[in-house]
Design a protein around this ligand. Sequence first.
Ligand code: HGY
Ligand code: MN
Ligand code: MN
Length: 415
Amino acid sequence: MNTKLNLSINSERLLNRIQQLGKTGRGNDNKLSRVAASDADKAGRDQLVTWIKEAGLEVEIDKIGNIFGIWYSTQNRNEAPILLGSHIDTVINAGIYDGCYGVIAGLEVIKTLQEAGFVPTRPIAVAAFTNEEGVRYAPDMMGSLVFAGGLSVDEALATVGIDGTILGEELKRIGYAGTKEPGFLKPQSYIELHVEQGPILDKVGTPIGAVEDLQGISWQRVTIEGVANHAGTTPTDMRRDAGLAAARVITYLRDRANASNGKTVATVGTIEFKPNAVNVIPSLATFTVDLRNPNEKKLQEEEQALANYLKELAALEKVSINSEQLVRFQPVTFDENIVRLVEEVASEHGLQSRRMTSGAGQDAQMIARVCPSAMIFVPSVDGISHNPKEFTAEPDLVAGANVLLDLVAKLTEAE
Ligand code: HGY
Ligand code: MN
Ligand code: MN
């Protein structure tokens, strides 16, 4: 592999585009909730496609709405491309870096190489995968999962959202129901640049994370059925209180996480009571459980422990409890050669790096099913993410993109 190319990305263009995309699709409340296949998502997609076209790349949209910008040259058209990218859909009231940074930086790397007259030995493509967040339609990482053959496109398009809409119809409505078969592109490798979204790099002052693996994810929806009754007249020992039972599950999960030596994380992110009235004991509690652990066996133990607890709780509180699995992804190990290359390029740039596990689910975990994949992290200040306060300092954003640039150059330059 040659030494550094001595190229640098156009940092002003990168930073301006991150800000510009961050302004795109905001609601009247000025919050960024560009959830999959919404009008806000369409606005972000349209902006990205404009930039991809300006770069003279071929735009391809597949049947699940994944967007690809592909830089072919006559000499390399038949080679398997290097794929960059991430996602531009967001959670509710999101920050502006999660996903978007990796897509914009991927496009920036291509533009910088084009402007430098670099002729890659293989095509370089950038992708924005549909519905990485899974907030409106489960599972998360849906577009990359379909691309990797882990979910049929028909099943994915038929997914009913939390708002009762059908994903396929919404993609048609926003004009992103593409025609390409998912997986039409066979990447030689995939590299995803992403903000860490956790506190480690920021805390230790290391600018680059060489992500070597990613934890397992288990989502389930739990429904607890009790009996509605009068809040004032019903003695405590006669209550069949779905709300109380749900609260016990939430504290049980925290106790399990605390006992796991920091390895298991558990989150109840959504909860709904029925009839949801101040003076009625809840007859129904519906909530989601997000369980994660880097070790598959431990994650299974957590799932089993929760299932056992729900059985005991049902008897104790005289309620009925059901659970439906929504998502289940095993931990993923990334490609050691690419991880090493990330470390090598970082040190050529005089940047410290450290090996990390991704706590967040990522499109890379799906693409790793079809080609060697790895990720590069840059610090998130105070580890905040999925929150408008999400922030990464400009020098870190630029450094990460320059590491990606040299990594891609090393992987595509003529020997
Ligand atoms: O859920 C996740 O970890 C990702 O942000 N979709
Ligand atoms: Mn993300
Ligand atoms: Mn996210």
